[in-house]
Design a protein around this ligand. Structure first.
Ligand code: ADP
Ligand code: GLC
Length: 506
């Protein structure tokens, strides 16, 4: 009998500033947590894969560990990096868990033991030392690599601006032990590039000649993201549409020509979702679990959500949900403008989010003005996010741009119809309801083409009309959405193919 030969184990080190549920401000945390889980298969007969993730041990990580009754143990690995006017020392801790990819935290209280993950613009005390904090994380990855039991990683996977200096560091470091290693850099959001004064270069012990246009220089400043794009062996982003969009002026955030020049092959690999965390059949954070076959539970969640926010919502009054960072990207100012008009259609809306203080105040004011129609919670609340996905009838995402977006996929999995701007990953995941897509059972939501009040009004009005006048079609949309495969298996396979291609192991 023919047996496939056992391949040498593939060793992957993923380095991220956020890893959910320990540290998360947005989708990066979700992805950095779920992708390693999907890839890790150390005991596979033909393709053993060992994944390790490295992230800082922020104060919030300790709090989550405590809440989850989890522990970390000291691995004995020590990190030291000469940055600024001192030598920073760190220790590597490992999450104690029976199975799953290895999760390591770099402990350096001087850099990470403080409130928040990044400097909070609202906080009284600004540290302003993010370049050092994340450069230290990059050094930790380089030093850790040589202490991993299975040997130096084959793939070093880095994410967003915070770890974008790592591919450059690996090149400069040029250690023979790392010579086989390939670097992959994933752009989760091109708008956050890590732009700092060039005065940081000597502090980070980087040479001034990096201040050239085809290196890190960016309008007289240094740009961390440029290092990832320029020095990684492969660049990816989180949806096929966004991969194209960032190579044109509109969404290129000033780096479109740089990307086209240095990483024209940038691949768009759609994010998956963690289907164990987001599963209406087993979700302990919601009022009642449900499935396509036993859908009644959805209505109990709807009632609970309405009750929690004191909304009066009869069965004919659709409840729209929003869970989001309040950032310009998300287009929520357009929603705020439209709310007084939206509620005249009998609609209700529940909003959870935080960020831009002006928008926080605006939504709170709308909540007070229309208490029976508008429910608002300002803050970050993972449990409530699940309850909104389960309880709302539809979910609104008018993002001006959206590299991938996860909430529209969570929504579909929870039988909650997404209403989205046709852009980036929203375009790649939501199938618009048209005569043909509906007839063939393909439609999953409502898309609108122009991201302004008129566009959103058009999207919302189509949803309200279908909800009220065509309950059969509405239910079909729910079922089709719930049956989509948004699991990481598909996308993890694409990352794996890329890793193997880079290593010449196809
Ligand atoms: P982004 O990363 O741009 O913020 P994504 O849609 O990729 O957008 O991911 C956002 C993630 O953060 C989702 O898991 C969402 O549920 C979560 N999230 C955003 N804001 C909040 C909040 N206020 N409370 C709880 N979860 C939130
Ligand atoms: C970013 C993007 C979001 C994406 C997430 C995870 O924060 O804004 O669209 O889903 O990263 O990749």
């Amino acid at each position: 009998m023919h047996r496939t030969r056992r391949q040498p184990p593939l060793r992957i080190l993923s380095v991220s500033a956020e890893v959910a549920p320990y540290s998360k401000t947005g989708g990066l945390g979700d992805v950095a947590s779920a992708l390693p889980k999907a890839l890790h298969q150390p005991d596979d007969e033909t393709y053993p894969i060992q994944v390790t993730t490295l992230t800082p041990l922020y104060r919030c990580v300790r709090e989550v560990l405590h809440k989850r009754k989890e522990e970390v143990r000291d691995t004995g690995v020590r990190i030291s990096a000469d940055l600024g006017d001192r030598v920073y020392q760190g220790k590597i801790y490992q999450l104690v868990q029976p199975y799953g990819p290895r999760l390591l935290f770099v402990h350096c209280p001087a850099l990470y033991d403080r409130d928040g993950i990044y400097d909070d613009p609202e906080a009284k005390r600004q540290h302003g030392d993010n370049p050092i904090r994340f450069m230290f994380l990059c050094h930790a990855a380089m030093q850790l690599g040589q202490h991993l039991p299975e040997g130096v990683p084959d793939i070093l996977h880095t994410h967003d601006w915070q770890t974008a200096l790592l591919p450059l560091l690996k090149k400069f470091y040029n250690h023979p032990a790392w010579s086989h290693t390939k670097t992959v850099y994933t752009i989760h959001n091109l708008a956050y590039q890590g732009v700092f004064s060039p005065d940081w270069l000597p502090i980070l012990r980087l040479p001034m000649w990096l201040m050239q246009m085809d290196m890190l220089e960016y309008f007289g400043a240094m740009n961390c993201m440029k290092a990832g794009i320029r020095f990684a062996d492969a660049v990816t982003t989180v949806s096929p549409s966004y991969a194209k969009e960032i190579q044109a002026t509109k969404f290129g955030e000033g780096l479109d020509t740089f990307i086209s020049a240095w990483a024209p092959e940038t691949r768009g690999i759609l994010n998956g979702i963690d289907t164990s965390e987001w599963n209406p059949e087993e979700d302990r954070q919601i009022e009642r679990t449900y499935s396509v076959k036993k859908f009644d539970g959805k209505f109990i969640n709807r009632k609970a959500l309405a009750h929690r926010f004191g909304l009066q919502a009869g069965p004919g009054d659709p409840i729209f949900g929003i869970v989001s960072r309040f950032a310009h990207q998300k287009g929520l100012d357009i929603v705020a403008d439209l709310i007084p008009e939206l509620i005249t259609t009998g609609s209700r809306i529940v909003i959870l989010g935080s960020g831009d203080p002006a928008l926080e105040a605006r939504f709170e004011e709308l909540g007070k003005r229309f208490p029976k129609h508008v429910g608002v919670k300002v803050g970050f609340d993972a449990k409530l996010a699940h309850q909104i996905e389960a309880g709302a009838d539809a979910f609104v995402m008018p993002s001006r741009y959206e590299p991938c977006g996860l909430n529209q996929m969570y929504s579909m999995r929870y039988g909650t119809i997404p209403i989205v701007h046709r852009v980036g990953g929203l375009r790649d995941t939501v199938t618009d309801t048209m005569e043909t897509t509906a007839r063939h059972g393909l439609a999953t939501g409502f898309r609108f083409d122009v991201c302004d009040g008129d566009g959103l009004r058009w999207g919302l009005s189509r949803a309200v009309k279908t909800y009220r006048q065509d309950p059969r079609l509405w239910h079909q949309l729910r079922v089709t959405g719930m049956q989509q495969d948004f699991s990481w298996n598909r996308s993890a396979g694409e990352y794996l193919a890329l890793y193997l291609q880079l290593l010449g192991r196809e």
